[in-house]
Each structure stands twice: as structure tokens, then as C-alpha cells.
Design a protein around this ligand. Sequence first.
Ligand code: F6R
Length: 599
Amino acid sequence: MCGIVGYLGKNRNALDTIISGLEALEYRGYDSAGIAYVYKNQIQIKKKAGRISNLKEILNFSETPFIGIGHTRWATHGEPNETNAHPHHSGKFTIVHNGIIENYIDLKNMLEKKGVSFSSETDTEVACALLNDIYKTEKDILKTLVKAQDLLIGSYAFGILCEDDLNTIYAMRKSSPLIVATKDNDKFIASDVPAILSFTNEYYLLDDFDIAILKEDTLSFYHPKKEFFQKEKLLFEGSKESSQKDGYEHFMLKEIHEQPKVIKDTIHFYFDGTKESLFANLPDLEKYQDIHIVACGSAYHTGLVAKSLIEELADIPVTCEIASEYRYKKVFYHSNTLVIVISQSGETADTLASLRKAKEDSIDTLAIVNVIGSSIAREADKVLYIKAGCEIAVATTKAYSAQVALLSLLALKLAIIHKNISEEEFTMIAKQIEELPALLEKLINQEKYLNIAKKIYTRDDIFYLGRKLDYAISMEGALKLKEISYINSVSYPAGELKHGTISLVENSTPVIGILTDNTMREKTISNLKETAARGAYIVAISNEEIKEVDELILIPTVHPLFQPLLAIIPLQLIAYEIAKLRGCDIDKPRNLAKSVTVE
Ligand code: F6R
């Protein structure tokens, strides 16, 4: 959430470099953007509400500053206008910030009593004024930052410039990601790797309370407990191409098309077709009799898929909870409970807090994460990475599928442990895994989705129905549609609609049914018919012929472990085509941002 980029060096123009970095991070927030740079020995601040393109219009790229910090914002405190845009300035300090300062009202009151006035509604301006206030007594920037760490409650990644040291960028973090990189004596800070990939794939990941000091000839790291120390350099293993559109109209479409490969890569990283590989590459699961899965949004939906698969195949009770609830509710752990947290970004605040809650109670934790070295990956007892690469579209597709693929392997391993899978079934599963990418390719490259989208894209409400595993899949279908098309789409367990919500069904209301579970098919068909009797327009996604519907999308029959991977494809593509027909900003839906680092 919010993107930060900073640059210091003689090889490039700071304005170009920061803007291109911010553009690579725009998926983290796009309410406003701003930049501060040193020109003619003074800090200049330029900012604009709206997209980075608005900011570009007011920049003079013929100025060639060598140092600057920039920001693209997802508003938390204060509306997304120019005044609230970052950078913020107070006295000698100018900062960009990602995170939330929770005690900013107390700090603001304290500073106002000292005569400080504020122009924005942001917590960031308060943090900036705090630095300036401390500096008046400390008269040393590093000491000021260390002292500020004691006073600031909440989360922050800061890029900092100070009038008294115009040749240096300071950066520090707590609970919000920040990286530092260097290449040919150029120095960079960024809130995420894509911002620096055009220059280098080597970086340093700041830990909580680390302070980075970037100067022309030196890069140093300081921590209040360790003082100056050496940091380990990390290598980004993905490719730069993953942050380019590669000829696709949208990142979302590109990422949908990447799913066959991403699923294959994720599965093959842990499974080579033998049971031995599952036992060698996935954590020991023998002792767990009870599993809690905790996540947010689409990651929560993958948890629901996993719950259904694990309970059906391995006979183990699974609780799946939304992290923002789980972190505050009374939770019942047993001595052999395993808590699995799922997060693409590895930085989602509520998921991280839920992980910490389980750890405080000494419960074993396992994280399923995409971003290497992210907070959740580092704090969990064990981590399994999905192999999705950089996901840029705000609405997740390939990370969702990679999570489902990996969770299916966990379900398979648990089913083997609990002796619920015969040799024949295992052999069939191993064979089907090899066939999956081709089946997915074929399903992705169908024209049907656009035709269906054309019939329903003007509607205000769309319902998604399914039972059990199909209900879990339908939840993700409904979320995909609502977040990118702004159509009010909701999913219901198919049998539940008649207990109230069916009153919303009227002539031509689209109802999308998911029917991949043979044991539930007839029941769901009956529920679809109930809506058809009230005029609904029925689209069915099924692995068997169904006559009684307006549109049928036939998907191949595979083992239940992999059925969700196939069923989600039409749902993603129908949502995509509808959003496109409605002229929506598909990769950057309104009000959203990727990586939700605030609660
Ligand atoms: C929806 C979407 C979100 C995320 C959620 C959790 O398309 O992307 O619902 O799934 O914000 O994010 P992560 O997986 O980063 O924890």
C-alpha cells in the first residue's frame, strides 16, 4: 500500500528514475503522487492528486537533480487531494511514508502546543514535524531518527530528506516493507522490488528499526541495538519481464494467461509425481489434528477451497477465518493445531497480526506466500512459496491459482498421511497434474466469455451460486467481478438463496452457477431452476452437460483437487470481459491497492 521510490546518483536524472520507479509501483496506490528533489541547493516539492501521469505534467524533466524521493498514495488519513499527497514537509525535514502512525493525534496535540501548525490531515505530516522537533534538540539526523522510533506507534516505511544534509537519503522502517539497492554507485530506496528492476535485481531488505543512510559514495545500515552493521544482499529471482505487459492490454489478462505456467511451476517445485517428494518438500504434517487457515480477500477464498479439500480428502477439521476477525476473536487452539496463513504479498497487516497471535500462543505456523522475504514469510515457523512471480494487477488471478495449487498438494499429503487415498487414485492424480497446463490453456483461449459478458455487463446485480467446494470457488468469482467492474455481485451457498436473497432476483438477473461436484449437481440445478422460475438468466460452469440453463461453459472433469483451478478460469475471464465492456480501469480498480499493510 503506497509506493515509495528514492534515488541518489550521478548516472541518471532523479526525476526520470523516480517517476519510472513509481510507475512500476502504481498498483500499490494511485490516489495522488508526489516527489521531492534537490535542485539549486533547495528541496523542491511537486505533488498532484490522481495518477502519476498528472504529476508528470507538472515536472520539468530538464532539471537534472541527482537526489530525490517520490510517492504514490493510497489514502488512509485525509482525502486523496493535493494537500494530503506526499511528500510532506516540516521545518528542515521532507518525508514520504507508507504505513499508519497510530498515535498521530497525541503527537499532533503535543506539537501544536509547541506552536507547530499543520496544513494536511495526514499522520505523515505529524511524523515529519516530530522529526523536525526532535532534531531541534538532538542536532543530529541519525540520533533524531532513533529517538523518533521510540515515539512513533504504528507502521512506517520512510524516505527522508533533511535540509542540513542535502546529499543524503535516510530510510527507515517498522512493519512496512522497504528495500535499498545500489548499482554503479547509484543508490535506490523502494517499497517493492519492481521499482528497481530496470537497474538491478540485487537489494537489501530493511528489517524493523533498521535505518539506511544513502550517500554518493557510501551505503550504511544502522540499528539502535547493533549500531552500524553489514546487511546481507538479496537477489530477486523473478524476471523484469514479469512487471511488463508483454503486449497484453492489461496486466490482469497477462496474469490470467500465465496461470498454466505458474501452476505447473508451483506444483513441480514441491512434487515430482512421487509420494516421497511430497514428504521431502512439504513440512511434516503428521501430528496435526486440527488446522486453522487465516487470510484476507482472495487468499481467504483459497483457504475455503483448501478447507473443503482437506476435510473431504483427509478427514481433518479445518477452520477458515478472515484475518481481520481472527486477530481479535477468541480462538480455540489444541496442542496439535496448525495455523496456516496465506498471503500473496506477505505484508497484509491483518494476516500478519493473526500469525503473531498464533505464535504468541506457541502454536505452529505455516505461511503460504508469494513475495520472498516478506514479513509473513520471515515470521512464520515454516514458509512455502508459491511460484507466481510478480503480480501487478490489483485483482489477483495467478497468485490465487498458485495458492490453490499448493494447498491442493498439502491436502494430498494430508490425505496420504491419513490413508484416505488409494495407490490408483494417487497414480491418477500424478498423471492429471501433467495434463493440467494444457487443459488450462484450452480453457483460457475460448471466445465464449466475451459473448456471455456482452449479455450481462449492463446489469446492476449478479449472483453466484454453488455448494461446498463450488461455493468456495463462487466466492472468488463474485469478488473478481465486483472489484474490477463495480457490479454488485454476491455469492451464496445455492441452497441459501431462498431464505431471503431470492427476493432480489427479477427478470434477466444473471445467476452464475458453479457445478463441478457430482454429489451436489442435482441439488444446485434445482436451486438454479428456482431462480430461473423468477426470470433469472442462468450461466452454468459445469463439468457435465446441463440442459436447463441459458449458457453452459463446459470444463473438463478432473480430480476434485484440481477442479477449482479449472472452474476459476471462466469466472476470471467473464469478470475481465465485463469490466472491459464497462470501460473500467481493470488493473487499478477504484479505491483499491495491492498489499494492504493497514488494518
Ligand atoms: C482480490 C485481492 C485481495 C487480496 C487480499 C489479500 O483480488 O487481491 O482480496 O487477496 O488483499 O492480499 P494478500 O494475499 O497479499 O495477503
